[in-house]
Ligand binder design. Structure first.
Ligand code: ADP
Ligand code: MG
Length: 463
């Protein structure tokens, strides 16, 4: 591959990939997703951010983390300068089409003097569909076939095929991508589409109550033909907002409007979702997306490299796909990082250089400062045992399985030496540990239930 210096945009992409692995998802999505690297020189890197409020927040709360990530990717010290993007620039940014369709102005009165609210309103009015998140760019495999077909059917005939459509999966497996793809398709036919994250929904709803504009709020939502609600699990714990969502949902559903909801877990596992809401979700279609298998991971990487207009050897694609297994977001992040690193260092993408970079990608994502005790605790609680049981001598089938899962996570996620793991797990021999961890590692791709257990535990640990 031709060596070249990365553009500010690509460099920032790589930084975002880095940050996405480190930060809690809501933080990343709220504050960093819509930022863009616009220029850099020897000392300074300039990042554009949608609102003044976000600039302030990033400077105050995130400077350290961003600074570190930039230095790591750029491999030299750079100060970071955040500035507010101008409207014209937002519209002309390549790959993002400003959404000027109807139904996107929330219509809330600004709360006097409250910059937070105006910032939120601004963010909402500028809502955009990511032009990369289309059906065409979505790689289909056994893991996501049902979700993909359902999303496409809904986009073809909103309100008719499956209503509501409920998609769930672990993080980074394509839920948001599919929502945007539905959004594009419907909007291109002139239908009014509203995409909201549950955090945005909550913010709008809370401001509507505070400003006594709940009627506006209702009629605003009622006016859309397609409502796309992302990450509904973040409504959990907010009873009043739940009620608001329930009514919004009902308004739309009874008048034949399409509702699509995503979540990180099935409806049955959503805390605080009242039974009446849950049963309504079951009227439609519930589809899950599983982590992609090796072949699909390779197909995804091939598709991403062709989008990036770079060519990488099949053997190297396979190497990346084998090493990065967790989800597509991480797969993409790793690829971006490999490309960025190698371009910055002016070296070709070879098996060895890729492997070296992957070493750091994989350990970084496992790093997260997780304590081994926390893994043991989460495994025990997932299987509903006391930690003592896991560390003790009893050996029912279920206890033995839980113990092996703990061994697997300690070894493969934290990369701890087997002897240490054995000691931590109640004084077990290191060969027992190697056997146990290896067994889970071997079975995980075949055994769906085991895979879901491990995923759920990992999500609990890393969230
Ligand atoms: P989620 O919302 O489930 O956390 P996203 O939709 O944000 O996941 O996906 C994470 C990244 O992975 C996005 O960049 C998305 O485009 C990409 N992605 C996920 N699944 C696929 C797929 N099947 N084909 C191509 N890209 C995918
Ligand atoms: Mg998402």
């Amino acid at each position: 591959m031709a060596a070249s210096i990365l553009s500010s945009r690509d460099l920032w992409r790589a930084v975002l990939g880095e940050l996405e692995l480190q930060l809690p998802r809501p933080t990343f999505e709220t504050w960093l997703k819509k930022t863009e690297g616009v220029s850099h020189d020897d000392h300074q890197f300039v990042v554009e951010v949608p609102t003044a409020f976000a600039v302030e927040w990033l400077e105050r709360r995130m400077y350290q983390a961003i600074h570190k990530a930039v230095e790591k990717v750029a491999q030299r010290p750079l100060e970071i300068q955040f500035r507010v993007v101008t409207e014209a620039e937002t519209q002309s940014q390549q790959g993002i089409s400003a959404n000027t369709g109807p139904g996107l102005d929330i219509g809330l009165e600004p709360a006097a003097g409250a910059s937070v609210h105006s910032a939120l309103r601004e963010g909402f009015a500028r809502q955009q569909f990511n032009s990369k998140y289309t059906f065409d760019n979505f790689v289909i495999g056994g893991c996501n076939q049902l979700a993909f077909s359902a999303a496409q059917a809904v986009a073809e005939a909103p309100g008719q095929a499956y209503n509501p459509l409920f998609l769930y999966s672990g993080v980074g497996l394509g839920k948001t991508h599919l929502l945007h793809a539905i959004g594009h398709t419907c909007e291109s036919r002139g239908q009014s589409v509203l995409y909201v994250t549950s955090e945005q929904f909550t913010n709008h709803f809370v401001s509507a109550i505070r400003n006594r504009t709940t009627e506006d709020f209702r009629s605003h939502y009622r006016g859309v033909q397609v409502l796309l609600m992302d990450d509904v699990q973040f409504l959990s714990g907010k009873e009043q907002t739940h009620e608001g969502f329930f009514h919004t949902f009902n308004d739309l559903h009874t008048s034949g409007r399409q509702v699509v909801i995503t979540s990180d877990r099935p409806p049955s596992a959503l805390a605080l979702l009242q039974d009446r809401m849950r049963s309504r979700l079951e009227w439609g279609l519930i589809a899950d997306i599983e982590p992609p298998g090796l072949e699909t991971r390779m197909a995804i990487l091939a598709s991403k490299t062709s989008q990036l207009k770079i060519s990488i050897d099949d053997g190297i694609i396979e190497l990346i796909a084998k090493r990065v297994q967790k989800n597509v977001r991480e797969l993409e992040g790793s690829l971006n990082r490999i490309v960025a690193n190698l371009q910055l260092m002016n070296v070709d993408i070879t098996y060895d250089s890729t492997s070296r970079i992957l070493d750091s990608v994989v350990t970084d994502s496992a790093r997260h400062n997780i304590e081994p005790e926390s893994i043991i605790k989460h495994v025990a609680s997932h299987y509903r045992f006391d930690t003592d049981v896991l560390l003790g001598r009893r050996r029912t089938k279920k206890i033995a399985l839980a113990r092996q899962v703990a061994m697997y996570l300690l070894i493969y996620e934290l990369e701890m030496p087997p002897t240490t793991v054995g000691r931590m797990l109640g004084g077990r021999d290191h060969s027992t540990v190697i056997h146990g961890a290896g067994k889970i590692n071997g079975e995980i791709s075949e055994d769906r239930e085991l895979r879901q257990d491990v995923l759920a535990i990992k999500e609990a640990i890393f969230s």
